[in-house]
Design a protein around this ligand. Sequence first.
Ligand code: ZN
Length: 240
Amino acid sequence: MTSKLVLSPHFDDAVFSTWDILVRERKNITNVTFCGGVPPEECVMTHWDGMCGFNSAREAAQKRAVEDANACEIAGVNWKHLDFLDLPYSKEKSIADIEEVLEKLVPDFDVVIAPIGIGQHQDHIVIRDAIISVYKKSRSFELVFYADCPYASVNGWDSDDSSKELDYQWSYALSQVEKQGVRLLEPTRIEFSETQVLEKLVAAKTYESQLKGLLEYYPALLETDGCFSVEVTWKCESVE
Ligand SMILES: [Zn+2]
């Protein structure tokens, strides 16, 4: 069996966006979360972490790490937390720093699964662009992209780009990838049965603190025909 590496900028990204792959492959998967670092004591907590019910930035990072370990246990995958900080607690990450980490990680894997960057979160974009660069240099693994949840289904899974702000438009994220010399193949769309969504929701609800914040913006997040009912991935090929 091939070994697969899932790149999660934040703790919930793999479970929210690649559940189908995680539970199909289980122990062949390693889910690496980049922003797994714990901010220093003196760090002023963000509004978001307050919305998630925390009293400090440290408490938020520590609790989220435990939630993620529990979710990965449910999925049955291997996991690893790196010590980058979430964007509000760090300056913009440098692509060179992320590339350096990826160059050490990827030789152990046949397939790397990365965010495509819908939503334009800087942590997602820098990891996407770094893995594209490493992919073009090494060509030693297959590269697959995933649609970032919940951003990808912001107006529902079947809504047209014209109804969305630029950051949430699929065509914008896809064009950013293709501009870097990567040709995306036809997407694979998985539609879960109600039973499968309910299984995914058990793991998704493990990110209890994150959901407190997300539900403010995505009130239908946990509905069985909502955000978690579909996943989309793209295989690709390098054209440079
Ligand atoms: Zn994320």
